[in-house]
Design a protein around this ligand. Structure first.
Ligand SMILES: NC(=O)c1ccc[n+]([C@@H]2O[C@H](COP(=O)([O-])OP(=O)(O)OC[C@H]3O[C@@H](n4cnc5c(N)ncnc54)[C@H](OP(=O)(O)O)[C@@H]3O)[C@@H](O)[C@H]2O)c1
Length: 283
């Protein structure tokens, strides 16, 4: 099987490449410069030349705060990029896997979001990602849309790494305790994604580690996994104003993922322990 991965220089993309290499696939991963997904000609030529069985789109504009002032850039990469990929995939009869986000939801629900709940983004990044989902559905063909959340893993800017750095520099950390979501280890996501793709049960899915928590609880877990004694104190979102609003609850119910791949992803606590062990002890 030949797989083309976009955004392979990013946090999730690199893990998807590793997972497919582990499974023995012929993996092609053009750099941003070699295949800019916002350039239709480049996209069409790259996919036409490689003729992959599968295109996995991990490329995106992911700076949530900066997107508020760079709306065009966000919509180009997160909206038009997926449209161009979907068009080329349809032309060459290739399956498209597109990664989306919990930030398409407004966070006002009282329970984790279902795949059939109606999205309503509250920031530009979320709106651009929702537009990307819509373009993939509009063009059609064989596609998966996989929404995920609160990613951490090697090779990317993420909350867990930030806490690991801060915990070595400070005795006390203040972390927001009024946003709930599901942290997700890119290594676990890449495995579940590949298993889902194998199923050929095309459609929209929620894929995260199991369980729901807050940034505060996640920070506490990271600190305890290191064995350090840094004090973590809770605070509120309003104590740390940011350019982009965040949903208060962006956890997502995984239904029907388990029915399709046959298992639930490990708990977020277990994922954090494995990741911290991996990067502190080299595995
Ligand atoms: N990180 C999270 O917590 C999170 C949560 C939910 C969903 N997601 C979604 O998960 C996916 C992967 O996220 P990530 O955290 O791995 O992102 P990331 O680390 O920021 O990586 C994104 C990659 O996309 C590349 N890229 C950006 N614009 C491109 C373009 N026009 N053409 C080709 N490549 C381009 C970037 O290259 P450059 O560095 O050269 O720009 C980078 O290699 C995204 O769809 C994101 O929306 C992420």
């Amino acid at each position: 099987m030949r797989v083309l991965v976009t955004g392979a220089g990013g946090m999730l993309g690199r893990q998807v490449v590793l997972e497919y290499q582990r499974r023995g696939a012929d993996v092609i991963y053009p750099t941003h410069a070699e295949m800019d997904i916002t350039d239709y000609r480049q996209v069409n030529t790259a996919i036409g030349k490689a003729r992959p069985d599968l295109v996995i789109n991990c490329a995106a504009y992911t700076n949530v705060d900066k997107a508020e002032e760079e709306e065009d850039k966000a919509f180009l990469a997160n909206g038009l990029g997926p449209r161009y990929l979907a068009l080329a995939c349809r032309q060459f009869a290739t399956t498209l896997v597109h990664i989306s986000t919990d930030y398409i939801f407004d966070g006002q629900a009282s329970h984790p979001y279902q795949i059939y709940d109606i999205p309503h983004p509250i920031n530009v990044y979320g709106a651009s990602k929702l537009f990307g989902e819509a373009t993939v559905r509009e063009i059609g063909g064989n596609y998966f849309i996989a929404r995920t959340s609160w990613l951490f893993g090697p090779g990317g800017k993420n909350f867990v790494d930030t806490i690991l750095t801060l915990t070595r520099q400070k005795d006390e950390l203040m972390v927001v305790n009024d946003q709930q979501g599901s942290p997700t280890y890119t290594a676990d996501l890449a495995i579940a994604l590949a298993d889902l793709i194998d199923s050929k049960c095309y459609g929209t899915y929620h894929i995260t580690n199991s369980g729901v928590t807050t940034w505060f609880e996640l920070a506490k877990k990271v600190v305890s996994a290191t064995g350090l004694k840094t004090m973590v104190r809770p605070c509120e979102t309003k104590d740390f104003p940011r350019p982009a609003d965040r949903p208060a609850l962006s956890a997502m119910n995984p239904f029907p993922l388990k029915h399709v791949i046959g298992y639930s992803l490990p708990s977020w606590e277990n994922a954090v322990e494995r990741y911290v062990r991996e990067i502190t002890n080299g595995g």
